[in-house]
Design a protein around this ligand. Structure first.
Ligand code: SF4
Length: 391
């Protein structure tokens, strides 16, 4: 048997598969805001938002984004801070920055519009093969496959493809299979049908094969092997990183916030000061300053002389609460942050040393761009600090 089963399909079978599937899509397609028309700007923004993010989460962000930046020109001209604010909470912030960079490329090189050829679309910042395929097929009717994890799952089952989907090199196998079954007459609908099937019927754990419009053509279903596909090697788990996070308040009720560097993870976003620790140090702090230790049921304040010993932020002008306010974790694609939150109060009018930043009133937090871990820290602060004010 060939290891490329799509090569054995006759033209009649391919045509039948396409017709059955497109009819199914006509009846069952999801009613999503970006599908109101095939405008490339809408398709592009929605596809970038949908990377790594669930449809339910994206919908509100999508409306807000289109309202704030209704055109490529508006996006190109946007203030970066405002752009990140609209994106706040959606994660993977480089996506937002790349959107703007691509909008500027369009302004400079393509008369302010989305280019119309596959190579030109693929030349835009942040637009990889999947998004290129989605825009080219949906907006311009070009016969380009749009292959993401959902599509690889469906296609691997259809043809019992054993290529490891965790490897970038496997992509060409799926590309080849897709180019055989993709109809030239309706490539956009066919790609979207695959996306919908992958999210509603051909799901990772319990594919609903009896209801699937493709079951007649699906090798994995016929061999009762649907859940053996796709083949995927395990990813290396994200590397743990440990931080003490400091919520430092002054006498005016303002908190000290620092801005992250220009480049790298969460670039230019605002957080409480974070101090990286060894795992052992972190675990010791977590144990020694556990909030539920009996002798610490009341809010205890560290003696000034204890401050350096007790907590990893060296600044004698800060009085630290002698317990931590709990732990927050956040998983990025390659890192897992563990953050142990401490609360300190600044004496006098000074500022914390060693963490360049600024005082910000709590009521003004909404004006800054907070990444998800910082949002979780603020929630933790509100939850565990309680009304027990000693200062
Ligand atoms: S028959 Fe089952 S495994 Fe095959 S494509 Fe449909 S849902 Fe997926």
């Amino acid at each position: 048997m060939t290891n490329k089963p799509w090569e054995t399909l006759s033209q009649t079978e391919i045509k039948e598969l396409q017709e059955v599937f497109l009819n199914w899509y006509d009846k069952h397609k999801r009613n999503l805001p970006w599908r109101m028309n095939t405008d490339p700007y809408r398709v592009w923004i929605s596809e970038i938002m949908l990377q790594q993010t669930r449809v339910d989460t994206v919908i509100d962000y999508y409306y807000r984004f289109m309202e704030t930046f209704p055109t490529i020109a508006a996006l190109a001209a946007a203030d970066e801070e405002k752009l990140l604010k609209v994106w706040e909470g959606l994660g993977y912030y480089s996506r937002a920055r790349n959107l703007q960079a691509a909008a500027r490329q369009m302004t400079e090189a393509f008369a302010g519009a989305m280019p119309t050829t596959v190579d030109e679309i693929a030349s835009l910042k942040g637009i990889g093969p999947y998004t290129t395929g989605a825009i080219a097929s949906i907006s311009f009717g070009l016969p380009e496959p749009a292959i993401d994890g959902n599509v690889m799952r469906v296609v691997s089952r259809l043809f019992e493809i054993e290529a490891d989907i965790a490897k970038a090199s496997s992509r060409k196998v799926f590309d080849e299979a897709m180019r055989v079954i993709l109809p030239v007459s309706a490539p956009g609908d066919f790609n979207q049908a695959l996306m919908d099937l992958g999210s509603s019927i051909c799901t990772p754990k319990n594919p609903n094969c009896p209801e699937c419009p493709l079951n007649k053509f699906c090798r994995a279903y016929q061999d009762d092997k649907a859940t053996d596909f796709p083949v995927k090697t395990k990813k290396t788990p994200p590397k743990p990183v440990y931080y003490a996070a400091a919520a430092i308040e002054n006498t005016k009720g303002e908190f000290w916030l620092v801005q992250r560097p220009e480049n790298g993870l969460l670039a230019k976003m605002w957080t409480f000061p974070l101090l990286e620790l060894e795992e052992k140090q972190y675990q010791n702090l977590k144990k020694d300053f556990a909030k539920d230790e009996p002798q610490q049921t009341e809010l205890l304040v560290a003696e000034e002389s204890d401050a350096e010993y007790l907590l990893p932020f060296e600044n004698s002008d800060i009085i630290w609460q002698k317990r931590h306010l709990g732990e927050v974790t956040h998983v990025f694609s390659h890192l897992k942050w563990h953050l142990l939150l401490f609360y300190g109060r600044m004496k006098g009018d000074g500022s914390p040393q060693g963490f360049p930043g600024q005082w910000v009133a709590k009521t003004d937090f909404a004006t800054l761009v907070f990444p998800k871990p910082q949002q979780k820290l603020v929630e933790q602060l509100d939850k565990n600090r309680g009304d027990n004010k000693v200062f």
